[in-house]
Design a protein around this ligand. Sequence first.
Ligand code: FES
Length: 321
Amino acid sequence: MNTPFLSVRVARKAVAAQDICVFELVAADGAALPPFTAGAHIDVQLPGGLTRQYSLCNPPHETQRYQIGVLRDAASRGGSLAMHEQIQAGQQLTISAPKNHFPLVAGAGRSLLLAGGIGVTPILCMAEALGAAGADFEMHYCTRSRTHAAFLDRLAAAPFASQVSLHFDDEAPAQRLDIAALLASVSADTHLYVCGPKGFIEAVLASARAQGWAEARLHCEFFAGEVINVDTDAAFEVELKRSGRVVTVPKGITIVKALGDAGIDVMVSCEQGVCGTCLTPVLEGQPDHRDSYLTPEEQAANDQMLLCCSRAKSARLLLDL
Ligand code: FES
C-alpha cells in the first residue's frame, strides 16, 4: 500500500478555463518521472498537511512531466484553494508516484468516455491513450459553459478531434448530452468510463444500470466524496484482530479518528472515501458503507471497508488490523 514519494518542481502554472488551473510538474532532479497509465492520479502534499488526489492529464507516454488540472472549488476543504492561491511556478512539491484505480480495460471492443467539468482530466488522458492505440472510442465533455471548459484547443488539435463531442449547459438544447439516448446507442461490448461531479457520475451510472449495463462495463472515478453523517448514527466497537484491542467509535467520530485517539494510526489520504488508501479487510460484522470507492458488489460482500468514512451496522466489527 505504501507508494514512493517524489520531489517535483512546478515548471508551469496556467489558467486553463474559468476556475481551472493546470500545473506542469517535473522531477526536482531533472530525471525521468515514473511511467503511468491513463486514468492514473497522484497524491499531492499541500501546505497545512493536506493531501489531495489529482488525475494526470498529459499523454501517458510522457515521462518528462506530469500535468494536473485543479478546479477552484467553492466548497473546497482547503485543497483546491491551496493549489490555486499558494502553489506557484518554481515551487517544489512532494507527490506520490502515480496510482491507477481507474484503468482502461484491455481489449474492450469500444470505449465511451464521459467527462463532466473537471472530470475531463483522466478522461482526456484516456482519449490520448486510446487515440494513440487506434482504438475505437468516443468522448463527450459536458461543462456549464465554454468558459468553464479546459483543454478545448488541445481537443480541437488532437488526431481524435472528430471523436470528441462538447456539450454546454448554457447553449442550445439540441447540443446538450442526452445520456440515456447515448447509452442506448452503443454496442454491447462498449465499456463506459465516467468522471466528474458526484451528481453527474450518479446520473450516468443510474441511466446505464436502468438500461441493463453489466457492472463490469461501468467504470467511474469520484473526485470528492461527501462525508455523510446521519442523525441515527450510534457508537459501535472495532476489534483489531492482530492486537485484540477493542476501540469504541462514538457517534460523529470516524473509525480513523477513534483509532488515532487510541494511538493506532491508519494511513489516510483523501479522508473522503474516494481514494482507497484506508481500505481494510473486515473479518466479522456488518459495515455501513459510505464511500464512493467500492463498487456496489464490493460493498455488498462486506469483507472490506474504508475506515475514513464508513461506520457499522453491527455493534462490533472485527478488522484485520
Ligand atoms: Fe481515501 Fe479513506 S483515505 S478512502
